[in-house]
Design a protein around this ligand. Structure first.
Ligand code: PLP
Length: 395
C-alpha cells in the first residue's frame, strides 16, 4: 500500500482529517483501525516481558485504536505527545496535578469553565496549592501577578459563557519568563481554528466530548504537550491510571473524520443567527467573538482561523423579571433542547449563571442565554427562537 505521509503533510485540513491515523497496510487493507479491546497483552518470552520491549504492553498504556487517535491529534496540534482521558474535565485536572505541587501558586483565568474552578477551589487548595483568578483582558498586566512560586498559568479563550478573548502569545511569553507552564482549554476552537502550541502555550486541552465526538454520545478529553512538558504529563497520567476504552477512541476517531465539514456548518449557522439576534428588538447584547461589536473581536480576528457554534446573548428584561422571562423563552423552544454540553449535531440552549465570577462579571442588563447551534436548517432555528421571544414577551 502506498504511503500517504508526504502528501498529507502538505494537504488541506479536510484531507488530513480523512486520512490521518489510518494505516490500512497494518490491518489487511481495512480502512479503519480495529477496535482492540484488552487489558492483557502477551509477550513472546520472559526477557521481552521483563524489559517491556515491545510496542504494546498493557491496556492502560495504549492500543492500536487509541494510538490511531493520538497520532492524528499530535499531527493536528503539533505536539510531542497526547494523553486521552475519560472526560474533558479530566483533561484539565490531570495536567494541573501533573505540574503543580504543594506550596505552588497557580493563575487561572476568571472566565474559566465552572467545574475547573470548582476543582481549583476544592482539590488544589486541599493539596496546598494557592489559586488566584485573573482578568481575561489582563494582557501585559499578568506580570504583576507573578510570584516566585507561580508555576502554572491556565487560559481559556474564548472563555466559558461570556467568550472573553485573551492575548495568548503575550501572556504565555510573560509566564515563560517566570518559568511557568502554560495550559489552555481550547475546546471552543478545536485545533482547526486555533493551535495553542503555535502561540506559545505548552499544553493544549480539549473536551473531545464536543466537536471531535460531535454526536453527543461519547465523553473524552485530549491533552497535548510540547516536547518540554510531555514526559511529566505522560508519567503523571500513568501514575494516576486514567485511560479511555478503544470503543470510545474509535467513536471519537470516527467523529474527527467529519469534524471539518461539521465545524464549517456550525460556524456559518451560528454567525448567521448571532448577526440576526444582534438586530433583534428583544436582544440587549450578543456575545460572539466573530462579531465586530464584541470587545475581544480584534484579538479573535488576529489569531483565530474561525468561530465555532456556541455563543450567548442577553435577553431584554426588566430588572426584577430576569428568571420569568428567560424561563418562558427556554420553555417555548422545541428544536433547541435544554441541556448541558455542546458540539453535537443538535441545537441546545441553557440559562447562564455568572455567580462564580470574581473579576470578569459579564453583562448584567438582562438574563444571559447560551446557544449551541447544531446542524439543523437556520430558518427552522430562527423560527424556534422567535417562538421563545414571543413567550418571553408574554411572560
Ligand atoms: C470549555 C469546556 N472545557 C471542558 C469541558 C468538560 O468536558 P466534559 O463534559 O467532557 O467533561 C466543557 C464541558 O462543557 C467545556 O465547556
Amino acid at each position: 500500500m502506498k504511503s500517504k505521509d508526504g502528501i498529507l503533510n502538505a494537504a488541506g485540513i479536510n484531507t488530513r482529517l480523512a486520512h490521518l491515523g489510518n494505516d490500512p497496510a497494518a490491518y489487511h487493507g481495512f480502512v479503519n483501525p480495529p477496535i482492540a479491546r484488552g487489558s492483557t497483552v502477551l509477550f513472546p518470552d520472559a526477557q521481552t516481558l521483563v524489559s517491556e520491549d515491545q510496542k504494546y504492553t498493557y491496556g492502560t498504556h495504549g492500543t492500536p485504536t487509541t494510538d490511531a487517535l493520538r497520532d492524528m491529534i499530535n499531527t493536528l496540534e503539533g505536539s510531542a505527545g497526547t494523553i486521552l482521558l475519560p472526560s474533558g474535565l479530566a483533561a484539565v485536572t490531570v495536567p494541573f496535578l501533573a505540574y503543580l505541587s504543594a506550596g505552588d501558586h497557580a493563575l487561572i483565568v476568571d472566565s474559566v469553565y465552572f467545574p475547573t474552578r470548582r476543582f481549583c477551589n476544592r482539590m488544589l487548595k486541599q493539596y496546598g496549592i494557592e489559586v488566584e483568578y485573573y482578568d481575561p483582558a489582563i494582557g501585559a498586566g499578568i506580570e504583576a501577578l507573578m510570584r516566585p512560586n507561580t508555576r502554572l498559568l491556565h487560559l481559556e479563550a474564548p472563555g466559558s459563557n461570556t467568550f472573553d478573548m485573551q492575548d495568548v502569545a503575550l501572556v504565555s511569553s510573560i509566564a515563560h519568563e517566570h518559568d511557568c507552564v502554560v495550559t489552555m482549554d481550547n475546546t471552543w476552537s478545536t485545533p482547526l481554528y486555533f493551535k495553542p502550541l503555535d502561540h506559545g502555550v505548552d499544553v493544549s486541552i480539549h473536551a473531545a466530548t464536543k466537536y471531535p465526538a460531535g454526536h453527543s454520545d461519547v465523553l473524552m478529553g485530549f491533552v497535548s504537550a510540547n516536547e518540554k512538558h510531555w514526559k511529566k504529563l505522560d508519567e503523571a497520567n500513568r501514575d494516576i491510571g486514567l485511560c479511555v476504552t478503544s470503543d470510545d477512541a474509535y467513536q471519537v476517531l470516527r467523529g474527527m473524520r467529519t469534524m471539518g465539514v461539521r465545524l464549517e456548518h456550525h460556524r456559518k449557522s451560528a454567525l448567521d443567527i448571532a448577526q440576526w439576534l444582534e438586530g433583534h428588538d428583544d436582544v440587549a447584547q450578543v456575545l460572539h467573538p466573530a462579531l465586530p461589536s464584541f470587545p475581544g473581536h480584534d484579538i479573535w480576528k488576529r489569531d483565530f482561523k474561525g468561530s465555532s457554534g456556541v455563543f450567548s446573548f442577553v435577553l431584554k428584561a426588566e430588572e426584577n423579571r430576569f428568571t420569568e422571562r428567560s424561563h418562558a423563552f427556554l420553555d417555548a423552544l422545541s428544536i433547541f433542547g435544554l441541556g448541558f454540553s455542546w458540539g453535537g449535531y443538535e441545537s441546545l440552549a441553557v440559562p447562564v449563571s455568572l455567580r462564580d465570577r470574581t473579576i470578569a462579571e459579564g453583562p448584567t442588563e438582562g438574563p444571559l442565554i447560551r446557544l449551541q447551534i447544531g446542524l439543523e436548517d437556520v430558518a427552522d432555528l430562527k423560527r424556534d427562537l422567535e417562538a421563545g421571544f414571543a413567550a418571553a414577551g408574554a411572560a
